[in-house]
Design a protein around this ligand. Structure first.
Ligand code: NZQ
Ligand code: ZN
Length: 391
């Protein structure tokens, strides 16, 4: 087990009646606020008016940037960074899902430098992120965990890249997590969010290094929570208990707690980012298609014990069965959950993806070398996994 540092300094306001704390929280950082949001869901659900009222009552000067795309684009980041400079913004308020929050993180960093914010994301440059303006978030979709982590992912349609970056300066100062703000999330986006959270946990859980038993139990609890509550939230969108469980799980799946000491590279995420970079598909959908195939590809005598643990503890498979049988049943249960229970599409052709770019995407996802994840993957392995997703 490796040494690790536990440090998650994001203040979380969780629950129905927390917005009254928004004004005081923002005022800690100044009076000039840039509020960012996506394509309008926050207006349709009435959240926009409530947030505006809180800020007005607190005497804040508010500027707005809207239209942040799902799979947010670098142009939105550029626009936001420039607005921060032009209006001498003190603090950014992101209201939305992972896309809005991710884009806002790089606006906040871009506001503090003179170069193009794509330089943060360009893997050949990796411009340092030393500072960012303070960020506060109001989460409206339980999925990415961006509300409580220091990362973000930005697309560049010109170069067909979708790149991620982590930096402590990007951590939100505070996040408002009101499950009622997710009541309007569609069954499809709820399903994609569930698939994303599940993948965040699998990327860490499937690991053959010596682990903290306590963290494995915690992850199994998170996975069981997703399996239990995602279908309820899809059928009964205003079920507070289901929405609250999913929302808090999304944050804990990626806020740094579960990977204490593990330090293993992720596998499905780099593969998925190539799919959404070129085809602009929903991140959670791409992960749902890839995950069971990746599990299948990595299963062998050296890894089977992890699948047994997963199958028995998350899906309640009979532990007395032979190990390989449990492993195969665990993969089948994962597929059943993603494709039958959540109703997500099962193959790449169903979402309009063919083999045309497989070789390039595979090469890019391993960064020209090897993905040192659960089972080390080279470009040809990734290409094989993409091919397994064809049927
Ligand atoms: O744009 P609006 O109108 O707000 O609509 C959004 C969007 O169309 C809608 N939506 C959000 N909240 C809603 C709602 N609709 C109705 N009611 C609500 N309450 O949902 C659609 C998708 O929103 P988006 O923010 O794109 O979804 P998500 O939260 O899944 O974010 C996905 C992005 O996050 C990145 C992904 O790659 C992708 O670009 N990720 C970020 C991570 C991170 N920061 O750590 C990790 C993840 O692995 C992921 O890569
Ligand atoms: Zn993800």
């Amino acid at each position: 087990m490796n040494d690790f540092v536990y440090d998650i300094p994001v203040r979380v306001y969780f629950g129905r009646d927390q917005l009254k704390n928004l004004g005081p929280e923002l005022k800690k950082y100044g009076t000039r606020v840039l509020m960012t949001y996506g394509g309008g869901s926050i207006k349709r659900m009435g959240l926009y008016d409530r947030v505006m009222k809180e800020m007005k009552d607190a005497g804040l000067e508010v500027y707005e940037l809207n239209g942040i795309e799902p799979n947010p684009r670098i142009d939105s980041v550029r626009r936001g960074a420039q607005m921060c400079k032009d209006h001498k913004i003190d603090v950014l308020l992101a209201v939305g899902g992972g896309s809005t929050i991710d884009a806002t993180k790089f606006m906040a960093a871009g506001a503090c430098v003179d170069f193009d914010p794509w330089d943060f994301m360009d893997y050949s440059k990796q411009a340092p992120i030393e500072r960012a303006l303070p960020i506060v978030t109001i989460l409206t979709l339980a999925a990415t965990g961006s509300e409580m982590d220091s990362g973000g992912v930005i697309s560049n349609p010109e170069t067909k890249d979708k790149n991620g970056r982590l930096a402590p300066a990007l951590l939100p100062k505070a996040s408002f997590l009101d499950p009622t703000n997710t009541f309007t999330v569609s069954p499809y986006q709820t399903a994609c969010g569930a698939a994303d959270m599940l993948s965040h946990i699998c990327e860490v859980y499937f690991n053959m290094n010596q682990d903290l038993f306590m963290l494995d139990c915690f992850m199994e609890g998170l996975m069981k929570t997703i399996v239990r509550y995602a279908p309820i939230a899809m059928k009964d969108p205003e079920n507070y208990e289901a929405r609250a469980n999913l929302m808090w799980t999304s944050s804990w799946a990626i806020n740094g707690f579960i990977d204490g000491g593990k330090r293993q590279a992720w596998s499905c995420h780099p593969m998925e980012h190539e799919l959404s970079a070129i085809y602009d598909i929903t991140h959670g959908l791409g992960l749902a298609i890839l995950t069971p195939r990746w599990m299948e590809y990595c299963l062998d005598e050296t890894t089977v014990s992890k699948y047994v643990q997963y199958g028995v503890n998350v899906f309640g498979i009979d532990p007395s069965l032979p190990a390989m049988d449990i492993a195969r049943k665990a993969i089948a249960k994962t597929s059943e959950f993603l494709f039958d229970t959540l109703g997500l599409k099962r193959t790449l052709p169903e979402v309009g993806i063919d083999e045309t770019h497989f070789a390039v995407m595979a090469r890019k996802s391993v960064g020209g070398g090897t993905l040192p994840g659960f089972k080390p993957l080279q470009a040809h392995d990734v290409e094989n996994i993409f091919k397994m997703c064809m049927e």
